[in-house]
Every structure is written in structure tokens, then in C-alpha cells.
Design a protein around this ligand. Structure first.
Ligand SMILES: Cc1cc2nc3c(=O)[nH]c(=O)nc-3n(C[C@H](O)[C@H](O)[C@H](O)COP(=O)(O)O)c2cc1C
Length: 190
């Protein structure tokens, strides 16, 4: 079965980022696509230490094995589509999301780009400023890994948990991202 996995970089498990992911998922599920969210924000997760062991070992894993990154890499490898979701923190992604991007990205580079030709997209929750830049940070993970991104940015505006539900345009954009991902996955015969 076709599967899309979303990584939620917000420490607020049920916050605005998660709500946007849910709207993307609704559209994917309507098309019979399986979905799963992996909670990344708020969990202990190391940054890349630049030890370069991933290039020595080339075993599709990071040498740091006491956090969730290796299981995230496995989940990414098995999925047909990947969503990275983050709230804007000081005009960029959360530190947990950045750690995942750096370490999963380097492991991918060391192992012949196992995420090649998967479908990717990003979801961003913002109160006021920095959404485009955060969106770019997330997109670069896909573009640097041979992945394919169907257009449209899912950016929702809100501060407190649930605020984003009142951003009608943001919700519509999230739904459109789900529709576009489903369309592309179908076109690719997943
Ligand atoms: C540490 C921190 C930094 C933030 N920095 C920004 C920022 O630079 N720009 C902005 O518009 N919102 C900023 N926010 C607000 C969040 O992006 C906003 O509340 C968002 O809806 C949270 O999404 P969530 O519920 O998924 O965590 C910040 C929030 C926190 C806790």
C-alpha cells in the first residue's frame, strides 16, 4: 500500500503543525493512501557531530544510536512520500527538525540517496514572520535528496494551539498539498 509519513517538528504534539498535517492526511487517505505521523519535536535528538562515520560505515544508519533518528531514517526509506512539518522558531525550523534534516540527510548522502524519487512536501505553522524561510529549509532536504515536490506551500497562520483552524486559506492550502501529493503518487504508479 502507498504510504506517506509525516515528521512533526513541533514540541506541541497536538499543535498547529499537527493540525495542518492532519488536513494533508485527510486528502491522502481519501485516495486510499496510508499515513503515519512520527513525533520529532520535544524528543531528545542529537545534532550531527560531523564524525563522518556514516561515510565509513555506509550502513544506512547514523553512528549515534540512542535517539530516534535511525528509526526515522528507516521509516523514510520504507515510505513512498515524506512530509516534514515545523512551526517557525526564530524564523526557521525547530532544533529537533534541523537535527533530523542534518543527520538523515548526511546518512542519505553516504548511502547513495535512498530517498531518491520519493515524493516530498513541507508544512509550516507560523504566528507572523519567517514562514517562507522555514519552508525553504524543509524543501532543501527534499531537493538535496533527489526527491520530487509537487507545488504549493502549506503554510498556516496561528499562535496558540488550534488557532490555525481559523486560517481558512492555510487549511485550503494544506488540503491542496495532500491532493497534489496523492496525484503525483498515482502518476508514479505507487
Ligand atoms: C521559541 C519560539 C520561537 C518562535 N519564533 C517565531 C518566529 O520567529 N516567527 C513567528 O511568526 N512565530 C514564531 N513562534 C510562534 C510559532 O511559530 C507559532 O505559535 C506556531 O503556530 C506554533 O506551532 P505549533 O503549535 O505546531 O507548535 C515561535 C514560538 C516559539 C515557542
Amino acid at each position: 500500500m502507498t504510504k506517506v509519513v509525516a515528521f512533526n517538528g513541533s514540541p506541541r504534539k497536538e499543535g498547529n503543525t499537527s493540525i495542518l498535517i492532519r488536513h494533508v492526511f485527510d486528502e491522502l487517505e481519501k485516495e486510499g493512501i496510508e499515513t503515519e505521523t512520527v513525533q520529532v519535536g520535544g524528543r531528545k535528538i542529537h545534532g550531527c557531530t560531523a564524525c563522518m562515520k556514516c561515510f565509513e560505515n555506509r550502513d544506512r544508519h547514523c553512528v549515534i544510536d540512542d535517539d530516534i533518528v535511525n528509526s526515522c531514517i528507516d521509516t523514510m526509506t520504507e515510505a513512498d512520500g515524506i512530509i516534514l512539518g515545523s512551526p517557525v522558531y526564530f524564523l526557521d525550523v525547530t532544533p529537533e527538525m534541523k537535527a533530523l534534516i542534518d543527520r538523515a540527510g548526511f546518512v542519505s548522502y553516504a548511502n547513495g540517496h535512498p530517498f531518491s524519487h520519493k515524493v516530498g512536501n513541507a508544512v509550516v505553522a507560523v504566528r507572523r514572520t519567517g514562514a517562507s524561510r522555514t519552508f525553504d529549509s524543509l524543501l532543501h532536504f527534499f531537493l538535496a535528496n533527489d526527491m520530487i515536490v509537487p507545488g504549493f506551500p502549506a503554510i498556516g497562520v496561528g499562535r496558540d494551539i488550534g488557532d490555525v483552524e481559523r486560517d481558512e486559506e492555510g487549511i485550503q492550502h494544506a488540503k491542496r498539498v495532500g491532493q497534489n501529493m496523492a496525484w503525483l503518487l498515482r502518476m508514479m504508479n505507487h
